[in-house]
Design a protein around this ligand. Structure first.
Ligand code: ASP
Length: 330
């Protein structure tokens, strides 16, 4: 039995500034992250697999309206929600993913069913929903995903006619505009500063790793746009031989860098540590193409790392038998 079992999670990265966050909002985020880590820890303590731990952690993060995944997902340019998720098992290299679903309550559970019950890896749109329905997954009306804060964020982005990533705008969006149809932002919104997305990586007591990632994407994204989250190797990757990785950030850049797999590849081919590989991807390689965000990663020896190149990243980790640690800022 591996005594280094650990789970690490993220709830998105971006311009998350202490100065613009109220004490009560901060406390809410810490409490949410703590509860998710405790749940993941329980799964691992009971001998559950890393795959079970990351599915459960991401399911809970999807259900929490504070994060841009499941309930609380951002809006597309058409005022709808399109959700993406992926999951990978490091012990078998099996993976499942779905993208552009509109009514599946927990996209990560659909991704998990793809991993377990399909010969395919990635389903999109209608096909993904048909598969999820056939698997008996829970469906909800699109309004289920709505939150006032995300809606305001969308109105701001739409007013500026741009796609924007999540989270740094959270403070801005939390301030109700005087008129919802014609919102007046208090400061210009930099489209490169807002990332949402949730994810988890874990090492279980049997020595196996797994990763899962789920997102609503970026605010005001074009209908049909797919980011890194559901792409195995870009936003999610797991291999017992190297590591498990879940990312958050400017998806297009993470796709172009094949970011999650690059951490594993550097460990395999350059023979560097998890920390060194992850640091290189987040701090050196992604910034070269203006890639902003971060990741959480764990290896089969129980090392873990949570690097990000933005002002903040909602994050936390928990080893078995220890109190979960949560953090927001640098
Ligand atoms: N990476 C996600 C995407 O591009 C966004 C995020 O992490 O907030 O869809």
């Amino acid at each position: 039995m591996n005594s280094n079992a650990v789970i690490a999670i993220h709830g998105g990265a971006g311009t998350i500034l202490r100065a613009s966050m109220s004490a009560s909002a901060e406390a809410e985020y810490h409490a949410a992250l703590h509860a998710v880590l405790s749940a993941g820890q329980r799964v691992l303590a009971e001998g559950g697999s890393a795959l079970d731990a990351v599915s459960e952690a991401v399911r809970l993060l999807e259900d929490c309206p504070l994060f841009n995944a499941g309930r609380g997902a951002v809006y597309t340019a058409a005022g709808t929600h399109e959700l993406d998720a992926a999951i990978m098992d490091g012990s078998t290299l099996e993976a499942g993913a779905i993208c552009c679903v509109k009514r599946v309550r927990n996209p990560v559970l659909a991704a998990r069913r793809v991993l377990e019950a399909s010969e395919h890896v990635l389903f999109t749109g209608e096909g993904a929903e048909a598969f999820a329905a056939a698997q008996g997954l829970e469906f909800v009306e699109p309004e289920y995903f709505h939150t006032e804060a995300r809606h305001r964020q969308w109105l701001l982005a739409r007013g500026q006619q741009r796609a924007m990533l999540d989270h740094d705008g959270a403070t801005l969006a939390a301030t109700p505009p005087s008129n919802d149809d014609n919102p007046t932002p208090h400061e210009p919104i930099d489209p490169n500063r807002k990332f949402g997305t949730v994810g988890a990586v874990a090492l279980d007591r049997h020595g196996h790793v797994a990763a899962a990632t789920s997102t609503g994407g970026v605010t005001n994204k074009q209908v049909g746009r797919v980011g890194d989250t559901p792409l195995i190797g870009a936003g999610c990757y797991a291999d017992d031989a190297t590591c498990a990785v879940s990312t958050t950030g400017s998806g297009e850049m993470f796709i172009r860098m094949v970011a999650a797999y690059d951490v594993a590849a550097q460990m395999a081919y350059r023979d560097v540590s998890l920390e060194e590989a992850a640091h290189d991807v987040v701090m050196n390689r992604l910034p070269k193409i203006d890639g902003r965000g971060g990741l959480v990663a764990v290896d089969a020896r129980g090392n873990f790392t949570l690097p990000f190149n933005t002002e903040g990243m909602y994050r936390g980790f928990a080893r078995l038998g220890e109190t979960p640690v949560t953090a927001i800022y640098r």
